[in-house]
Design a protein around this ligand. Structure first.
Ligand SMILES: Cc1cc2nc3c(=O)[nH]c(=O)nc-3n(C[C@H](O)[C@H](O)[C@H](O)COP(=O)(O)OP(=O)(O)OC[C@H]3O[C@@H](n4cnc5c(N)ncnc54)[C@H](O)[C@@H]3O)c2cc1C
Length: 534
């Protein structure tokens, strides 16, 4: 909560964090550890967890190994190699309590708009209940995968059966014995198919385009493994092992560049897996083999999906959905499939960054206008003319284990905040030159990536790759450590005195745009600290 000391009210460094998923929680812990306790985490839903709060579909679990898909500052006694939604949410709840930051969270508060006030050197943060609060710094942790993509199939609204998106699972329905359609065979679709196949009457799986698929070797840890791996050196070693594996052989390396031996090797391993499972079903083998290079879409990691397709009551339809009737689905070949339940595992509007709020910067322009459908940022974090605003999991930071990227960005932001406290800088912006050069480099590298060769959710409408980082995230860490100080433009502006109400019990200091011009003058001192004296 905001400190109530006079000093803080006169000269505060209040931080608003938007979103309480892995990113927002990492920010809360690191801010607290850095001695910045004047922060509030606004979360529009009524609980924490982000995607691990919203995605409760059968079979939901993470694709990375638990010891790697977790915070560097929090070990845990994981029950599985790849934990499910409930365990991940429990981990986040335990983390919030262990680090004593729960009181900073305000649930049920969506941030609708933030607006930079140059005079006050702070943002006006507009909330979904109509109130407005003032913060010197805003960290967006709104994530990518929380606006479900609802397809525009003709007839969808006339469908008489049960229908829902995978991220809005309707648990009240008993699916046993029913005819179910799962549309989509990405990471989510395959998990749902595996979980439903044993219980439903008939399963029809619609696949517009196959993905390259690996078995991920998931299993429940034995008692002995849990004893060995839940803390200390055992935990650290496990974490390092998967970090190393990812940087060298996994996501984001040369294996995602067509024409390299690593790429060919990865593709050959997937082809061997297909050949092994479908040795007696060449029709299915053909249907699940992509016609684009390995890495053209996010790799699908699942054990048992191919085997599920071999079951008598499971039908793979290797075509897109054309339209929906009152009782079924018509595929692109014109064949109708009668179903009782339609599950849309159709993904998210991921490339539409920061779609849940409006961000207004120094020039009075909104970030959406500046981006014009092509989101870009320096290291995914900062955009020129939007001072004191940081994005976690921002443009072009999606690669490998996302938690590592989130923590790296959080550390970058918290270091900047510490510098502001130390030097008295009232704003930090990013140099336009660094922003431009970095994004040119990104796009040049990404042009060589397999993702450029296929249709996928990593692209903006114009086809520009706006989600992925072009190489492994170890390099992202290096860039964040090396470039932060050089890329920053610090300013010290004597903020206009604004009327700030004393904070209510348990709340932050309140003010409103209506009284923001009380007091005198605009900026009266502008100092640039190009040289950081950290
Ligand atoms: C089903 C699924 C499986 C995944 N599996 C993996 C995996 O295996 N490996 C991996 O690395 N990544 C995976 N991801 C990606 C995942 O998004 C990240 O790993 C990570 O959880 C992102 O955390 P976040 O805090 O950035 O965002 P989120 O978890 O999306 O949290 C954002 C939060 O912000 C809130 N919010 C949004 N807008 C506002 C607003 N305007 N005001 C207030 N609150 C707001 C949302 O309600 C949400 O709680 C998966 C994603 C999904 C959906």
């Amino acid at each position: 909560m905001a400190s109530e000391s006079d000093d803080d009210v006169r000269n505060p460094l209040r931080v608003a964090v938007i979103g309480a998923g892995f990113g927002g929680i990492a920010a809360a812990v690191r801010l607290q550890q850095a001695g910045i306790s004047t922060f509030t985490v606004f979360e529009r839903s009524d609980d924490l967890g982000g995607v691990w709060n919203e995605n409760t579909y059968p079979g939901v679990e993470v694709d990375n190994f638990a010891h790697w898909y977790s915070y560097s500052f929090r070990t845990y006694d994981w029950s599985r190699t790849h934990p499910g939604q409930q365990e991940l949410k429990q981990y986040l709840n335990d983390t919030v309590d262990k680090f004593g930051v729960r009181e900073h969270f305000r649930f049920g508060y969506g941030v609708t708009r933030i607006e930079w006030d140059e005079d006050a050197q702070s943002y006006w943060v507009h909330l979904s209940d109509g109130s407005t609060e003032q913060f010197e710094f805003v960290i967006s942790a709104v994530g990518l995968f929380n606006r479900p993509r609802i397809p525009e199939w003709p007839g969808l609204d006339r469908f008489q059966g049960i229908k829902f998106h995978s991220a809005r699972w309707e648990h009240q329905h008993d699916l046993s014995g029913k005819r179910i359609a799962v549309v989509g065979t990405g990471s989510t679709g395959v998990q749902i198919v595996n979980a439903l196949a044993p219980v439903v009457g008939h399963l029809t799986v619609f696949q517009r385009e196959p993905g390259w698929l690996f078995s991920k070797g998931e299993h429940v840890f034995t008692k002995e493994e849990r004893r060995r791996l839940s803390r200390g050196l055992g935990y650290r070693w496990q974490r390092f092992k998967y970090f190393y594996r990812e940087q060298t052989k996994g996501w984001g390396g040369k294996n995602l560049q067509p024409g390299t031996s690593q790429n060919a090797k990865a593709q050959a391993a997937c082809e061997r897996y297909i050949a092994k499972v479908f040795k007696d079903r060449p029709d299915l083998a053909k249907a699940v083999t992509p016609d684009y290079p390995y890495g053209g879409k996010r790799q699908v990691l699942a054990t048992g999906f191919y085997e599920s397709l071999l079951l008598d009551h499971v039908t793979l339809v290797p075509h897109a959905v054309e339209r929906v009737t009152e009782t079924g689905i018509v595929d692109a070949e014109g064949v109708t499939h009668e179903v009782d339940v339609l599950v849309m595992a159709t993904g998210f509007e991921a490339a539409d960054y920061l779609n849940s709020l409006e961000v207004i910067g120094r020039s009075g322009t909104s970030l959406r206008e500046v981006w014009n459908g092509e989101p870009e940022a320096f290291l995914g974090i900062s955009v020129p003319d939007f001072p004191n605003f940081a994005i976690l999991y921002g443009p072009n930071t999606n690669q490998g284990n996302v938690i590592f990227g989130l923590e790296t960005s959080v550390n970058y932001v918290v270091r900047n905040l510490k510098r502001m406290k130390r030097t008295g800088a009232t704003s930090i912006d990013v140099r336009r030159s660094y922003f431009a050069i970095y994004n040119r480099w990104l796009q040049r590298r990404l042009a060589k990536s397999a993702l450029a060769t296929a249709k996928n959710y990593h692209k903006s409408e114009s086809g520009r790759l706006v989600l992925p980082f072009p190489t492994n995230m170890g390099w992202y860490w290096v860039f964040c450590r090396l470039l932060r100080r050089w890329a920053a433009v610090d300013r010290r502006v004597e903020p206009t005195v604004v009327a700030i109400e004393k904070p209510a019990e348990g709340g932050v200091a309140r003010s409103s745009p209506a009284n923001r011009h009380l007091g005198s003058g605009g900026p009266d001192v502008i100092a640039r600290f190009a040289e950081d004296n950290e």
